[in-house]
Design a protein around this ligand. Structure first.
Ligand SMILES: [Zn+2]
Length: 712
């Protein structure tokens, strides 16, 4: 999958997802005193300690008013959780629900039995400790023994070696007749994507100078350091190793495009980033690397085409994959195996090391309390690591989603969500019909997209595969967590292989992202709206929600996702997901102008500490929020729902309390706006709000009708 593009596609990230890569949050305690939390026109009441003493009126701060009691109740929770999770959200996550189900022995099914077996194995830290690295050592030995590049290539192409150290694979649905094909991307250790390396080169990045490493890179480096530490390497050796690895990756990373170059692309050029190659072309570009043999071994050599996001990396990689570099190639390969295996062989993850505080700095009164807190932290970590091990897309991700959906919402609820989605399509249809600034040709293109839109509501169109053919071994039966991982990895690959060459199943995004992540997104390449099971919780959707609650919560999310079909990125793809810029006449310019008005409004907002909202960075997401909310209000009116309840549910959807370092992190990296703005700005843009709450000039929420922005 095109990772760079998916950053744009990923559209409804909840703050919980941001924990990954979060820098040491304990620093917030000291810096907090220096931060001025005053904002304008509202204070960011998602930040702890920033709630006014009195509940404000709905006319002045809708978010703080509706959510006041909840925000007040959660203030202390954040302090208690800090510094590890400096954020409180509303409800249980999918992981908590699943763990409860695992612990309830009366819950049995084929899927549940597999999940329970593997979870318990992952929690069994004594056994994992005893096994140490022994489970992966045979694979490392295979690499070590290779004394030439040819010998190493033989290892990679062998059935006994279930890893792909220098590339990743996926199945992607493309506009090429909607056929599922294999996608190939880089497999980097140090950073999430090659285009980040491209970005670093403009920031003076020097692999040999740790001071020049951007924050995101430092987090990845930390992960590798932890892995090497766990494998028994000394601190000095680790530092040398990191520099060596970074220099290796930088050699081909620096050849690649980067995100700002993507954003400079003209309309219709987005498709030019992707390359579609035959297997022989792919092999030729990758030089000595035995990509063809690896794909043959895996049963993935029958794809009609192979997609890669930015093909520049292929030849850059080929130029350094040479006999001369055999030593570093072997080191990187071993480390890749280790990094992939770590969740299944190491009983602790790195969290406690990153957040370790001494007794003196911990604030605990007695050493006993301190020890207890450390033990609790480790136990929590073990649980979280165990859940991670079972919930990956290449382990039991689909099984977990299936269990969760059938138990948590059931089929009837799925139908409700499907109906809601189709109703929203009709609302958009009508809005476009009534639109006064679009040319007829543009309207026709939008109708086509709406008519052909696909909905993967809580499962991909093609459904889940089952795990009937899987048998895992318990520790007593001689099984290990790592071996079970390899069994599942192979099984999932075999199942996914059946999708290659098939059409009309938009599976790509579901394979790229585990169905257990908290997410919803629009995928322009398959023209599909995807509601992933992991997003369901009591705050977003439950089977017994009233229509008003459902509309204000998950309805607004679906509306948001649908609107991505028509935004900057979506407007470059047609109803089949082919790259096709369908704006006619001056419509594109007018669309951008309207969006800019929204950006200007956000740019005028002060968040805290004199930091302004970044209306340009958040432009696409703000546009989707606005369009989605307006659509849900229109639908609620059509259905005669109680609008007050819909508006309040919408404000509740955004409930969150976080500490200042977390708030800063969101400013730095999130392309969505702050939660209090997602509530306040969108409601104040709708005319209905003024009538409902009697809002008038002089009220902080008031906007003159000519200042209320509508995009479509
Ligand atoms: Zn979005």
């Amino acid at each position: 999958m095109k990772r760079s593009l998916m950053n744009v596609v990923l559209s409804f990230s909840l703050v919980a997802g941001l924990l990954v890569g979060c820098s040491n949050a304990s620093q917030s305690v000291s810096s907090e005193a220096e931060i001025d939390l005053t904002g304008s026109p509202w204070n960011d009441t998602c930040i702890q300690g920033n709630l006014p003493e009195e509940k404000p009126s709905e006319k002045d701060d809708f978010y703080a008013s509706v959510d006041y009691d909840w925000l007040e109740e959660k203030q202390d929770e954040v302090y208690e959780l800090a510094p590890v999770y400096a954020m409180a959200s509303t409800t249980k996550s999918i992981s908590e629900v699943i763990v409860e189900m695992i612990n309830d022995e009366s819950n049995t099914s084929k899927n549940m039995d597999l999940v329970r077996l593997m979870y318990n194995q992952a929690l069994d830290t004594d056994t994992l400790d005893k096994q140490g690295n022994s489970t992966i050592q045979p694979y490392l030995d295979l690499i070590d023994k290779a004394d030439s590049l040819d010998a190493l290539n033989e290892v990679f192409a062998s059935k006994d070696f279930p890893f792909t150290p220098f590339h990743s694979e996926g199945i992607t649905t493309t506009h090429m007749d909607g056929v599922n094909i294999v996608s190939i991307s880089d497999n980097l250790l140090m950073i999430d994507s090659l285009n980040s390396y491209g970005e670093y080169r403009t920031e003076g990045f020097d692999p040999e100078d740790a001071d020049t490493y951007p924050t995101t890179l430092k987090n990845y480096v930390q992960n590798v350091q932890n892995a090497l530490l766990a494998m028994g390497m000394s601190d000095d050796d680790i530092s040398d190793e990191i520099v060596k690895l970074l220099k290796w990756e930088y050699q081909y990373g620096k050849e690649c495009s980067y995100s700002t170059e993507y954003s400079d692309l003209e309309y219709g050029e987005i498709g030019s980033i992707s390359s579609y190659l035959t297997l022989d072309e792919l092999q030729e570009k990758m030089g000595s690397y035995p990509i063809k043999k690896i794909l043959e071994k895996e049963g993935r050599d029958q794809s009609v085409s192979y997609q890669t996001a930015d093909e520049k990396w292929l030849s850059a990689f080929a130029s350094i994959y040479t006999e001369d570099n055999l030593d570093i190639i072997k080191e990187v390969a071993k480390l890749k195996v280790i990094m992939e295996a770590i969740p299944y062989i190491i009983p602790e993850n790195s969290l406690s090391k990153q957040f370790a505080v001494s007794f003196e700095d911990s604030g605990y009164d007695t050493e006993e309390e301190y020890e207890q807190s450390q033990a609790d932290l480790k136990a929590e970590e073990a649980k979280s690591r165990a859940y991670t091990a079972i919930s990956q897309v290449n382990t039991l991700g689909y099984a977990i989603s299936d269990i969760y959906v059938s138990d948590y919402v059931g089929d009837e609820a799925k139908e409700r969500l499907t109906t809601l989605s189709k109703d929203l399509v009709e609302v958009y249809h009508k809005e476009i019909e009534e639109n006064e600034w679009l040319e007829e040709e543009t309207k026709e293109a939008i109708y086509k997209k709406l008519d052909k839109m696909r909905f993967n509501i809580l499962e991909p169109e093609c459904g889940y595969f089952d795990y009937e053919g899987v048998s895992l071994k318990t520790t007593e039966e001689g099984g290990t967590l790592f071996d079970n991982y390899l069994i599942l990895k192979q099984y999932v690959m075999d199942q996914e292989n059946k999708w290659i060459g098939q059409t009309a199943m938009s599976v790509s995004a579901w394979i790229t992202y585990s169905p257990t992540v908290q997410n919803a997104f629009y995928d322009p390449e398959s023209n599909s709206v995807n509601i992933v099971p992991g997003i369901l919780n009591e705050n977003i959707f439950t089977a017994d929600m009233s229509d008003e609650e459902m509309y204000g919560r998950i309805g607004a999310i679906i509306g948001h996702e649908l609107s991505h079909a028509f935004d900057y990125l979506g407007s470059q793809y047609d109803e089949y997901g082919a790259c096709n810029d369908w704006f006619a006449g001056n419509d594109k310019e007018e669309f951008l102008e309207k969006q800019q008005k929204l950006a200007d409004y956000y740019n005028s907002i002060t968040l805290f500490n004199n930091i302004k909202a970044d209306g340009d960075k958040t432009l696409t997401e703000n546009g989707a929020d606005l369009t989605g909310f307006k659509a849900i209000v229109a639908l609620a009116k059509n259905k005669d729902l109680d609008l007050d309840e819909v508006y309040k549910a919408y404000a509740q959807l955004w409930e969150v309390v976080m500490d200042t370092s977390y708030a800063q992190l969101i400013v730095d990296i999130d392309s969505h706006s702050q939660n209090y703005l997602r509530a306040n700005v969108n409601v104040q843009m709708t005319d209905e709000f003024y009538e409902l709450y009697d809002v008038d000039q002089g009220d902080t929420m008031y906007l003159a009708s000519e200042d209320r922005i509508t995009i479509w």
